[in-house]
Design a protein around this ligand. Structure first.
Ligand code: PMP
Length: 369
């Protein structure tokens, strides 16, 4: 029985020969490879989570609030407070990580016979979730400096007439922010071609020099902004993502969401975290300055560095980036090889972790000279 492989099973044709998402989870002293927040949740928040979860545990014999009303209300308040644009319960939907939000959007607006486009290199899960939902994937272009090539992107949209357009800002793995004018131009192009849904993935927006594009949802029912508590909130283990859009979009994703998809424990934990946004956003400020320090120091070492608006930095160039990745790992620091030729990505960690990383690349430079 051990010799049965995936392809011996009657799996869907489009899944044959493909690999799953697989950032290595290695046990090394310094892990700077998955854009996590390096700071554990503060103790008062841990206590509050325990309290809220204890309360929720008393009702675990019942299904959770299917519509997650309290949580969506608090998320809407957070978005309103931080963007200056008023949104309410009806504009917000939540799921288990923004990956699930994206999956629900693709189940609703993509699917067999439909296509989605992203501008690569970008977040690999947009393509993988497209495939998983039977949505055809189109890889759109970027400029050499990793900004979106607007004319080429508009052309790709006009020619392919995709049903879903992904714009990741700040982009992963490059850190590149997309200006609002570009997003608006792509939105117009997408409406002229089909019309299609435009999903602005703002997983890293709290780390950006610029503002959220959330206000753009006003008067644009086909624009969705997706967000997560995995990065700025330091709660990757919680699995909580959310979106803001016209209420009709929230109504539409109800058609595909599993009933009671968001457990009572998840809702209680996320609500506790939302009571501590002040402290958590304080860590974001620290990470932004560490991100800027990484950029400065990598440039000083003579690396090519992509301007970053996120909590990570793309750097290079390397003749063999995988070999360099391995050499940095040999020094106890795990960074990420996203498959972008000649480049690697490092997540901003604590000052000590970043020092360890900088020592490792400094040693590499010495070795080469
Ligand atoms: N979008 C982008 C651009 C990401 O980089 C990530 C995580 N790496 C996600 C979405 C998914 O995050 P989560 O499911 O943890 O919310």
């Amino acid at each position: 029985m051990n010799d049965v492989r995936i392809d011996d099973l009657p799996v869907r044709d489009e899944l044959r020969g493909k690999s799953p998402y697989g950032a290595p989870q290695l046990d090394v002293p310094v892990r700077l490879n998955t854009n996590e927040n390096p700071y554990p949740l503060p103790e008062p928040l841990v206590e509050r989570i325990a309290e809220r979860v204890r309360e929720a545990a008393r009702n675990l014999n019942r299904y959770p609030d299917r519509d997650a009303v309290e949580l969506r209300t608090r998320l809407a308040e957070y978005l309103t407070d931080t963007s200056g644009h008023e949104v309410g319960l009806a504009n917000v939907w939540a799921a288990n990580g923004s990956n699930e939000v994206i999956q629900q959007l693709l189940q609703t607006f993509g699917g067999p016979g439909r296509t989605a486009i992203g501008f690569e290199p970008s977040y690999s899960m947009h393509g993988l979730i497209s495939r998983g939902t039977g949505t055809g994937w189109i890889s759109g272009p970027r400029n050499e400096d990793f900004t979106i090539d607007l004319a080429a992107a508009e052309k790709a949209i006009a020619e392919n007439r995709p049903d879903v357009v992904f714009i990741t800002t700040p982009n992963n793995p490059t850190g590149t922010a997309v200006p609002p004018e570009t997003v608006l131009a792509l939105y117009e192009a997408a409406q002229a071609a089909k019309p299609s849904m435009v999903v602005v993935d703002e997983a890293y927006i709290e780390f950006s020099h610029g503002d959220s594009l959330l206000p753009l949802i006003e008067g644009r029912p086909n624009l969705v902004v997706s967000r997560t508590m995995s990065k700025a909130f330091g709660a990757a283990g919680l699995r909580l993502g959310y979106l803001a859009a016209h209420p009709a979009v929230v109504d539409a994703v109800q058609l595909v969401r599993l009933p009671y998809h968001l457990s009572a424990v998840t809702q209680a934990t996320a609500l506790a975290a939302l009571e501590h946004t002040g402290t958590l956003l304080g860590y974001v400020e620290q990470l932004k300055s560490e991100r800027d320090r990484l950029v400065t120091e990598l440039l000083a070492l003579g690396y090519e560095v992509t301007a970053s608006d996120a909590n990570f930095v793309q750097f290079g160039r390397f003749e063999d980036s995988h070999e360099t990745w391995r050499k940095i790992l040999d020094r106890g620091v795990l960074v990420r090889d996203n498959g972008v030729p000649g480049r690697l990505r490092v997540t901003a960690g604590t000052p000590e972790e970043n020092d360890a990383f900088l020592d490792a690349v400094r040693a590499l430079k010495k070795e080469q000279s």
